[in-house]
Write a protein that binds this ligand. Structure first.
Ligand code: UD1
Length: 429
């Protein structure tokens, strides 16, 4: 199994190109099931989760063509996928495929909307809490689907097609909002989604669906209205930049010191995180090509942060911020409000000598002057990258094991960091 070896101590200086957002690319690919015409997606990141979703969609009969690079294309440029669901030959998403990636459960929405039936395996457990799908099921039932659970599968039917409805989420849910939105595009009548998630990836998917002929207003606010249409058509859409990758590298620069241009990043996608970085002592400068992040000389100041739905501080940057705060001058508090049990990184960060105390959903981090390199184990996607960030400043060698989690969400991580002066390499096998 591949590992990543890091020798800490180098500042980061240079340019890091930001890839397309994984969390937009996945639902956008799934939206391709809504039409029998071709959906072309540009700037799709080359990630294990994208490849896995290609296999899942392939099982439904979707043809996906990935265009090769053209002369002049940048080595980091995302891929272009031509997604054609002209013939859906199978409406079952089997356990073997869905269990590898939670977001694949979302295929239930377009399959129901277009084929009026779907049989999708429940996603099952996950390293970061129970992550149920009850709200997704509620949304589909409101839209008129009949759902039963049998043998670990959700069996969904809507014989006469889905019907517009009022869907009020008791809790802000990105997955629930994606599913309700996709399903409502082809429902008869009007759907109003309240307490909708406002994440930028929801807006990106809604923009693409509108280009496909959907009639969605209000995406990016807590109330989204969808006027159902009879049919959607193909279009071409560019995946927005990854705000979590952006925030991760911004925190890495704040951690090591140095000066890095995050090329292609959009500051408005992660303002709350950038504000926290400034509070911690980094210099953040938005410019025409993205965001420049620097920290020279001054130490890291402690911060108190709670995760929250967008536009708040994202849960997907919580582990990275915690890594940063391990070397702050003083005590920080980080409260996780979105997912239970999303502190798997705490015990691994402790292996570097970090001093972190957990009390319920709040972690208290007492900054220490020096971290020391250690062998560590990647647990979930974002926790894994927090170990890389710690390794970049830790004295001596860090070996990150089980890095398949990193490959799910970070494109060419070690190449991007080593191009900026980090000593980091992948050890295969
Ligand atoms: C998405 C992101 C993930 C991010 C999360 C929160 C993708 C592929 N993944 O995950 O990276 O960390 O948003 O920003 O986009 N919940 C229920 N019942 C449900 C659905 C969710 O109780 O039916 C709960 C979850 O357990 C969690 C909270 O709602 O506590 C938020 O979950 P949700 O926003 O749905 O996260 P995901 O869409 O799974």
């Amino acid at each position: 199994m591949d590992r990543i070896r890091i020798v800490g101590g180098s500042k980061l200086n240079g340019t890091i190109p930001i890839s397309g957002a994984k969390n937009a690319a996945l639902p956008l690919m799934i939206a391709g099931l809504l039409t029998d015409e071709t959906l072309i997606l540009d700037n799709v990141p080359r990630l294990a989760d994208v490849a896995q979703l290609q296999r899942i969609l392939g099982n439904h009969g979707v043809d996906i063509m990935s265009a090769g690079k053209r002369p002049g294309d940048h080595e980091y440029q995302g891929q272009t996928l031509h997604i054609s669901a002209a013939n859906i030959i199978d409406t079952t998403a089997p356990y073997e495929l869905v269990s590898k990636m939670r977001a694949s459960f979302w295929v239930i929405a377009p399959l129901l909307a277009r084929m009026h039936e779907a049989k999708v395996s429940l996603p099952g457990g996950c390293a970061i809490g129970t992550r149920p799908v009850d709200l997704l099921i509620m949304a589909l039932e409101k839209l008129g689907a009949e759902l039963t659970i049998d043998g670990g599968y959700v069996i969904a039917k809507a014989p006469g097609g889905l019907k517009g409805a009022e869907i009020d989420f008791a809790k802000v849910t990105v997955s629930g909002t994606h599913v309700a939105l996709m399903a409502a595009t082809l429902a008869k009548g009007t759907t109003v989604i309240t307490n909708a998630a406002c994440e930028p990836e929801i807006v990106d998917v809604a923009d693409c669906l509108n280009k496909m002929g959907a009639r969605i207003t209000g995406a990016g606010t807590t109330t989204i209205t969808v006027e159902g249409v009879a049919k959607l058509h193909g279009t071409r859409h560019t995946v927005l930049p990854d705000r979590i990758e952006t925030g991760t590298y911004a925190m890495a620069v704040a951690m090591t010191g140095g000066d890095v241009q995050l090329s292609g990043a959009r500051p408005e996608l992660l303002q709350a995180a950038l504000d926290v970085l400034v509070e911690a002592g980094a210099t953040v400068t938005p410019n025409n090509d993205g965001i420049r992040v620097a920290r020279n000389g001054a130490g890291i100041k402690p911060v108190n942060v709670s995760t929250a739905p967008f536009p708040g501080f994202p849960t997907d940057l919580q582990a990275q911020l915690m890594a940063l705060m391990t070397t702050a001058k003083g005590s920080s508090h980080i409260t996780e409000t979105i997912f239970e049990n999303r502190f798997m990184h705490v015990q691994e960060l402790a292996r570097f000598g970090a001093r972190i105390h957990l009390d319920g959903e709040t972690a208290t981090i007492d900054g220490t002057a020096k971290l020391r390199g250690a062998p560590v184990m990647a647990t979930d996607l974002r926790a894994s990258v927090s170990l890389v960030i710690a390794g970049l400043v830790a004295e001596g060698e860090t070996m990150v094991n089980r890095i398949y989690h990193l490959d799910r969400g970070f494109e060419r991580l070690e190449e991007k960091l080593s191009a900026c002066g980090a000593t980091i390499e992948r050890i295969s096998g």
